[in-house]
Design a protein around this ligand. Structure first.
Ligand code: C2O
Ligand code: CU
Ligand code: CU
Length: 611
């Protein structure tokens, strides 16, 4: 942790907390917080020390029916969330404990005998285990039953497309009522738009949501287009009852764009997290017709998979994580947020992980090769994606084009807005059910903050004719020559004062749509440095251009990061350098964290491309 970026709390508060801890200990004799070793007793207490990013002890033992208490001495909120779920997919226990408070972890008292792993949803690298000995309750973990089919969104392929933005009921959970959402075209995700590279595409969005939803704006993430068609937060909005047509030429410097896997989503000022949560997300594939000679898996063996997460009420309605605020104070250039869900506790994490909008779906496949286009459209969570039998994923592309050769990967780590294009060979798995899952890396390793989850199931059927091939070399897009000098450094951090509240920052300032934070000249190549000085991993996205990764922490990036990219993982303390040429369009564009609450709470900046 980097203590100087933490906000100071009054010392009297700390004193009060130690008192609370002492009381908790007397109430639960025999428990041993902080002792590392396991302790057996009726009840137990776990502590999160200030700045610790860990539970102490990490393993506790209780008698069945006993209670578990978390004392949070930290300046961040934390949750105690079970990895195992009930039959409906909800965690067996899931309690959020605000900074400087303590709480009983309800649900633990009902657990049957056994060992139950838990983690913090806001800091998934914090992990622990509660062991229940004898007696007590009856609640046991249930594996997801994968009993609803995967939904593959309808494809639309025309040069002129109309997409209503409207309310619709969507099947998300396997049983019970459907869920009311805000949708693109009546489904979640919206229709998948599939277009040939280099062919002008006009998408008209018609705002049919209730007036109180406010104006909308639609960003085609990853694509290269003019600022007025970029779906920016405060300009060229789609007003209630009105429509707007976005022009996507799908060209780059006059040539067709590389084949890519983009997504379109709402980008409204201060409301992006809410509008995406309600359902305004869809996928967009740009095809390069000459790629068909590669004979990659195609048709029904080319499957786009959008991963997201949501929480539900008992009637299957979406919860509203934004009901509690936070409240904005100040104004552009000097604004901050206060109250619950203010930075740095503004992490929107759903209890249920969804694939193409459905919880734990299954897909029947033949024992052949498949192309899976993976998109993490979550607000906050990262996933380390792989197959349950250890079968590798062959990564052939990023979201912005092919890699120059396939890369064998056991797991693909994707944070918010990141994509990967992979081939899976189901040969030899006939009759088996394989699970696409997310398994975090070991503690202390890169990717230890990924979320543990079963995403979906592949039911592998018979072998079948498979005309696909796996080329050893791929036609990757050209990369720019990297300038020696860095033209701009962007620093991502947490700022604020006790009086004025907190905000996520870029170069120590909160986003102001009127302020130009950098100017880049059209036709030139720039090299930018991205630095994370905060305690959390961020995922930084740059609009307008498609970038090559030059250095990651001073070293050549790994092979899967050597194609074109638009969103980078930046762990605490990390420095990534990227380069691109500013082509075709002048005007304002954004650079921001793609954790949607961070974006809404200041972590965005503006750069202008100028002549
Ligand atoms: Cu996917 Cu500026 O966003
Ligand atoms: Cu936490
Ligand atoms: Cu962030």
């Amino acid at each position: 942790m980097i203590p100087n970026h933490r906000l100071r709390r009054a010392p009297w508060l700390l004193g009060l907390l130690w008192l609370a801890l002492a009381l908790a200990l007397t109430a639960a004799p025999g428990s041993s917080p902080g002792a590392g070793a396991t302790a057996s007793s009726g009840s137990a207490t776990i502590v999160v020390n200030r700045g610790a990013v860990s539970f102490s002890p990490a393993t506790v033992t209780l008698a069945g029916g006993g209670s578990l208490t978390l004392v949070n001495l930290d300046t961040f909120d934390h949750t105690v969330t079970s990895v195992a779920t009930d039959a409906a997919g909800a965690p067996l226990f899931d309690v959020r404990v605000a900074a400087g408070t303590s709480a009983t972890i309800t649900g633990v008292e009902a657990l049957a005998e056994g060992a139950f792993d838990f983690f913090c949803k806001l800091h998934p690298q914090m992990r622990g285990q509660v062991r229940v000995e004898g007696g007590g309750g009856t609640v046991t973990p249930q594996l997801p039953s994968f009993d609803q089919p995967l939904a593959v969104p309808r494809e639309v392929r025309g040069a002129r497309i109309t997409v209503p933005i409207r309310e619709a009921r969507v099947r998300m959970l396997a049983s019970g009522p459907t869920t009311r959402m805000w949708t693109y075209g009546g489904s979640y995700p919206g229709p998948t738009i599939v277009r040939p590279a280099g062919r002008q595409t006009r998408v008209r969005f018609v705002h049919q949501l209730p007036r109180k939803a406010g104006a909308m704006t639609v960003h085609l993430h990853g694509d290269h287009h003019a600022p007025e068609h970029d779906g920016q937060p405060t300009t060229h909005l789609v007003r209630p009852g009105k429509s707007r047509t976005y022009d996507y030429p799908l060209t780059y410097g006059g040539l067709p764009e590389p084949s890519s896997f983009f997504f379109y989503h709402d980008h409204r000022m201060d409301r992006t997290a809410r509008n995406n949560w309600r359902g305004l997300q869809g996928m967009f594939v740009v095809e390069d017709p000459s790629e068909s000679r590669l004979r990659l898996p195609a048709g029904s063996r080319d499957v786009p998979l959008m991963i997201s997460d949501r929480s539900f009420r008992s009637d299957n309605a979406l919860t509203n994580p934004f009901a509690q605020g936070p409240r904005m104070v100040g104004h552009h250039g000097a604004m901050a947020w206060v109250g619950p869900h203010a930075p740095p506790n503004d992490a929107t994490v759903g209890t249920h992980v969804l694939v193409n909008g459905r919880h734990a779906p299954y897909l029947p496949v033949s024992a052949t090769r498949y192309r899976l286009r993976l998109l993490n459209a979550s607000h906050f969570s990262a996933y380390s994606i792989g197959l349950s039998d250890g079968r590798p994923l062959l990564q052939i592309g990023t979201g912005n084009g092919l890699l120059s050769r396939p890369v064998v990967r056991d797991r693909v780590l994707l944070g918010p807005a990141q994509r990967a294009d992979v081939i899976v060979d189901f040969h030899g798995a006939s009759g088996r059910d394989l699970v696409l899952d997310s398994v975090p890396a070991a503690a202390g390793e890169s990717g230890d903050d990924a979320r543990a989850a079963a995403l979906m199931q592949f039911r592998v059927g018979a072998e079948a004719a498979d005309p696909s091939r796996l080329p050893a070399r791929l036609p990757a897009p050209d990369l720019v020559r990297v300038p020696k000098k860095v033209s701009k450094t962007w620093t991502f951090g947490l700022d604020g004062t006790k009086q004025h509240g907190t905000f996520w920052s870029v170069n120590e300032r909160a986003y102001d749509p009127e302020r130009v934070d950098h100017r880049a000249r059209l036709g030139t190549v720039e090299r930018w440095r991205l630095r994370n000085t905060s305690d959390l991993t961020h995922y930084v996205h740059i609009h307008a251009e498609q970038w090559r990764t030059v250095l990651r922490d001073g070293k050549a990036p790994p092979p899967w990061e050597q194609g074109l990219e638009d969103t980078w993982r930046l762990e605490p303390g990390e420095v990534v350098e990227v380069a691109a040429r500013f082509e075709d369009y002048t005007g304002p564009f954004m650079i921001h964290c793609h954790m949607l609450d961070h974006e809404d709470h200041g972590m965005m900046a503006r750069f202008d491309v100028v002549r």
